[in-house]
Design a binder for this molecule. Structure first.
Ligand SMILES: *Cc1c(COP(=O)(O)O)cnc(C)c1O
Length: 503
């Protein structure tokens, strides 16, 4: 804070400089007024606690204010534009939330008898049906808890199918531009990873892929459109080559928002793909609610899908929960109960409210918005791969060369301008990446103000204002953090003796 804006209290207007809750400790204060506990220590013997727990003493109103003030420091999709590439931070429609809170849906217990939850099973069945229709795939597992778990489940099905043929094989091919979860999932499933380079168009280098494809390869994991925001033009050739080699085709479907309603991955020869309901299907991200990563399967992999599955028998919806009842699935369950039911409710609400024509419009508008950013920024930022792009646009830092300003500086300066930054330094295939995904839910007005801010910052960088960029952000609750020190010497614990945080 510079002198002009320095305050006596350290607060910034009505935004308070909130301390840690341990720093608010007032011994003896309490938010609850309970009678003294009965003498439980005599029963605990040597296991009894002989020191206080070390929780801070704090009154109820102060606790409420503490967490309320912290929540006001958060940025959210309800608070502003969120151009994070690869994340599909689209608006979460309020109707979804309203429906998910209906007592008949929100108050269900996962152990209720099937005959009392027929409506919920029908809803799950309908969610599955929509997702299979949109992807053109005949099988699905709803239960995986996020995209990354969906990847693991898809690969486990592939491993099982190969084992059933007698040899699980050893390798999974992953393009260089892939999301980090892809090689991690392959590794977690017991495969070694062989990296495939991109070509000069930002697509998988087909020749390198062909050379890497041998009888040890279990699968290729491909993101389409790729994390460079580009459609893989060779995808049919890639699928054919994989199948000819006896391998499977895993598609990372995190970018399905670019194709939903227009392209059915099943028609492209894909064997299995996860869908992120918290991306394409508008359910909340991260802290806003659990993720959900249903996985679709081709005919060849259907027998190896995990449980539970839903079947209709004699007009009743039934859950198949046990391996002995399914006759197929070799690895059973991957998640407690049935997956994130509340997210299925929201996704179905989203799909029903848009309809098939509306979903088609989603992908058109998402691609249009990304190309609008491309067209308004490509004279000030360098495009490493020629457009048009799909639902996200990738720039690198070449145009900032000689300014002393980095991709990180631009991201931090955007915070002062009231915008969440774009995804930075990912994908790794270009230098100083800036990956922007506006999604279909942003208006031209919002995009124009973001473009204006970004163009202004780039202009200032060229006008010798690198100092300002290095010191950004100035107007946020916290200034620029020392990220190296935070990673090397994390301070994670409050020491009540010294009243200091300790490493
Ligand atoms: C988000 C994302 C994932 C992982 O999905 P989670 O739901 O975050 O686990 C995988 N691949 C790509 C390309 C993604 O964007």
């Amino acid at each position: 804070m510079n002198n002009q804006t320095a305050t006596i209290t350290g607060h910034r207007g009505l935004d308070h400089n909130e301390p840690l809750i341990f720093e608010l400790d007032t011994p003896g204060q309490s938010g609850v007024d309970l009678p003294a506990p009965p003498d439980v220590n005599s029963r605990m013997g040597s296991h009894a606690r002989n020191k206080p727990v070390g929780l801070p003493g704090i009154s109820e109103p102060r606790v409420v204010r503490h967490y309320h003030r912290l929540s006001r420091m958060n940025y959210s999709i309800d608070g502003g534009f969120y151009p994070l590439g690869s994340c599909t931070m689209k608006y979460n429609p309020r109707i979804n939330e309203k429906l998910a809170r209906l007592p008949g849906l929100g108050d269900l217990h996962p152990l209720q008898p099937e005959k009392t939850v027929q409506g919920a099973l029908e809803l799950m069945h309908s969610c599955a049906d929509w997702l299979m229709t949109l992807t053109g795939m005949p099988g699905i597992a709803l239960s995986p808890g996020a995209g990354a778990q969906g990847e693991l489940v898809g690969l486990m099905a592939i491993r099982s199918a190969l084992e059933a043929r007698g040899n699980p094989r050893k390798l999974v091919l992953v393009p260089e531009s892939a999301h980090g979860t892809n090689p991690a999932s392959a590794h977690a499933c017991g495969y070694a990873v062989r990296s495939i380079p991109d070509d000069e168009r930002g697509r998988v280098d087909f020749e390198a892929f062909q050379n890497a494809l041998d009888e040890d390869v279990a699968a290729l994991m491909l993101t389409n459109p790729s994390t460079c925001g580009l459609f893989e033009n060779d995808i049919i050739r890639i699928a054919d080559a994989l199948h000819e080699a006896g391998a499977f085709f895993y598609c990372d479907g995190a970018n399905f928002n670019a194709m939903v309603g227009r392209v059915r991955p099943g028609d492209l020869g894909i064997d299995t793909m996860h869908l992120n309901l918290h991306k394409t299907f508008s359910t909340p991200h991260g802290g806003g609610g659990p993720g959900s990563g249903p996985v679709v399967f081709s005919e060849a992999l259907m027998p190896f899908a995990p449980l539970p599955a839903i079947e209709i028998k004699d007009g009743q919806f039934q859950l198949i929960e046990h391996i002995q009842d399914s006759g197929d699935s070799p690895f059973g369950r991957v998640k407690g109960f049935h997956g994130q039911f509340g997210m299925f409710v929201r996704a179905v609400a989203y799909m029903l409210s848009l309809g098939s024509d509306g979903l088609r419009q989603v992908s058109s508008d998402a691609v249009l918005n990304a190309n609008y950013l491309l067209s308004q920024l490509d004279d000030v930022l360098h495009l490493p791969f020629e457009g048009p792009c799909m639902h996200e646009v990738l720039f690198d830092d070449r145009s900032l060369k000689d300014t002393g300003v980095t991709t990180l500086d631009i991201a931090k300066a955007l915070l002062d301008e009231g915008f969440h930054p774009m995804t930075i330094y990912f994908p790794l295939v270009v230098h100083g990446a800036m990956l922007m995904e506006p999604t279909e839910t942003e208006s031209k007005k919002t995009l124009d103000s973001y473009i204006k801010a970004l163009r202004g910052l780039i202009e200032q960088s060229h006008a010798g204002q690198s100092e300002k960029m290095h010191n950004a952000p100035q107007l946020t609750p916290r200034r620029r953090l020392d990220e190296t020190a935070a990673a090397r010497h994390p301070i994670l614990r409050w020491n009540p003796k010294t009243e200091k945080t300790a490493e």
